[in-house]
Design a protein around this ligand. Structure first.
Ligand SMILES: Cc1cc2nc3c(=O)[nH]c(=O)nc-3n(C[C@H](O)[C@H](O)[C@H](O)COP(=O)(O)OP(=O)(O)OC[C@H]3O[C@@H](n4cnc5c(N)ncnc54)[C@H](O)[C@@H]3O)c2cc1C
Length: 416
């Protein structure tokens, strides 16, 4: 039987060859999200309120440190294991999964990804000591990090250096700038800010990744937040005015973020688990609804109509295509992917974001008018799913741009 809150994993461990660790991690994430996050999701969405209580639960379940290396007290999940667990959370609350991703990125980028990139011994030792401070805050004290890099210009698309600047001063940096759509604004304990070291000629190579304490003098959260979807992410604007950031708050040594962004491009694909989970949730809801089994609604079956069966068949095809491609891409994510792997990553990002939205559209049309009621989760899934393809740096448009160009031109090739 299909129910919206059943315990069926997104990926059957036997069919997809998951490790015991992945099975346990997904189970932990799914049972927490199904029992605690799902019942809270509608109210958080209605009030556009940050899911503080969900983050408290994530900490208690050990999941705030999901990508903190084991030697630092975390669960030590690698890229793929994290993606699988995050997608399970998203089936029950997309906004929690998306904000969780912003937090986890601060551990994944400084952890497993940074371990793959070259550093000299001095840099490696300094990085090890600094990330240990961040990880202790997360694992022991439940501190939350966020990931503000969008600025409203071309920097978040990777085209130009970040406009937020860090000027070296005694003992650290002085930070000035603005970040838009900063999920967790006003709720994270530390903002993991991407900025450019202030030099005469600014370069993306001089990107710094700094943890800015939310209560540091000069940090302000401004603007309102009343969006279409992903309302509980509270993605307001952050201003940094002459904020002193101590040098120990560097999340990566200078130059390492630039290397990660160019050599570990799958780092930008971690927004996709959220939308994969939403796609699965829309499909699950539709099947349950047409079978007359959605809790709290009359047990009226609608599955006998051929048009509905065809729509569900189309949804199943979209979902299977999306899940298969995404699984391959998260499995092959690594430093220095080859050309096919990179093109497949763009394809997977595009596919997940667009298909999640399409699945939700089909679900609404197929289930009918009642499915639009706020008492049921489908209308929220529909609104949340629309946000995926807007998210930089790999928006649906930019994935198409890159795919088209990189399919037709080899590296370094130009037309005369
Ligand atoms: C729910 C939600 C949560 C978010 N959370 C965060 C967060 O936590 N941290 C964060 O940093 N950002 C976050 N974002 C921001 C997001 O990643 C984008 O930066 C934001 O949606 C861009 O909005 P914009 O209208 O200013 O985009 P614009 O910069 O105006 O871009 C509009 C579109 O134009 C295209 N485009 C942009 N630049 C180029 C280019 N150089 N070449 C070709 N095409 C281009 C892209 O397709 C893009 O979608 C969030 C967004 C949403 C919707």
């Amino acid at each position: 039987m299909h129910t919206v809150d059943d315990d069926t994993p997104l990926y059957d461990p036997d069919h997809w060859d998951l490790t015991d660790f992945q099975v346990e991690l997904c189970q932990r994430a799914r049972s927490l999200a199904a029992s605690r996050f799902a019942p809270r999701a509608a109210e958080l969405d209605r009030e556009a309120r940050f899911p503080t209580e969900n983050f408290r639960d994530l900490h208690q379940a050990g999941l705030l440190g999901i990508c903190v290396p084991r030697c630092h007290g975390g669960l030590g999940a690698d890229y793929m294991s994290y993606c699988l667990a995050a997608a399970e959370i998203a089936r029950y609350c997309g906004a929690t999964a998306l904000t969780f991703n912003m937090h986890v990125s601060s551990c994944l980028w400084t952890g497993a990804l940074a371990d793959d990139l070259p550093m000299n011994d001095t840099e490696r030792a300094a990085h090890e000591a600094r990330r240990g401070r961040h990880y202790r805050r997360i694992v022991e004290a439940g501190k939350i990090y966020s990931q503000p890099f969008s600025e409203g210009g071309a920097a978040a698309a990777g085209a130009v250096p970040f406009g937020t600047t860090a000027t070296p001063v005694a003992g650290g940096w002085r930070l000035n700038g603005k970040k838009i759509f900063a999920s967790l604004a006003g709720h994270a304990d530390y903002y993991g800010v991407l900025c450019t070291e202030d030099r005469e000629r600014r370069s993306r190579r001089d990107t710094l990744y700094l943890a800015v304490p939310a209560d540091a003098p000069g940090v302000r959260v401004v603007g309102d937040w009343d969006p279409l979807g992903m309302r509980a992410t509270v993605s307001r604007t952050l201003l940094f005015e002459e904020v002193f950031v101590p040098e120990d708050e560097a999340l990566m040594p200078p130059g390492v973020y630039f290397q990660a962004a160019t050599r570990w491009p799958h780092m930008f694909l971690t927004l996709s688990p959220t939308y994969l989970g939403i796609a699965q949730a829309a499909y699950d809801f539709t099947v349950t609804y047409l079978r007359g089994e959605v809790a709290g609604t009359p047990p009226v079956k609608r599955r006998m109509y051929p048009t509905k069966q065809i729509a569900v068949a189309q949804m199943r095809i979209l979902l299977e295509q999306t899940k298969a491609l995404w699984f391959q891409v998260i499995r092959e994510a690594r430093a220095d992917p080859d050309r096919d792997q990179l093109l497949r990553a763009y394809t997977a990002q595009y596919t997940v974001m667009e298909n999640a939205s399409e699945l939700c559209r089909l679900a609404i049309r197929t289930c009918g008018g009642q499915s639009m009621l706020k008492s049921l989760p489908l209308e929220r899934l529909y609104r949340d799913s629309r946000c995926g393809s807007l998210m930089l740096p790999w928006t649906a448009e930019l994935c198409l741009d890159r795919l088209g160009r990189e399919c037709l031109y080899n590296r370094g090739e130009h037309d005369d």
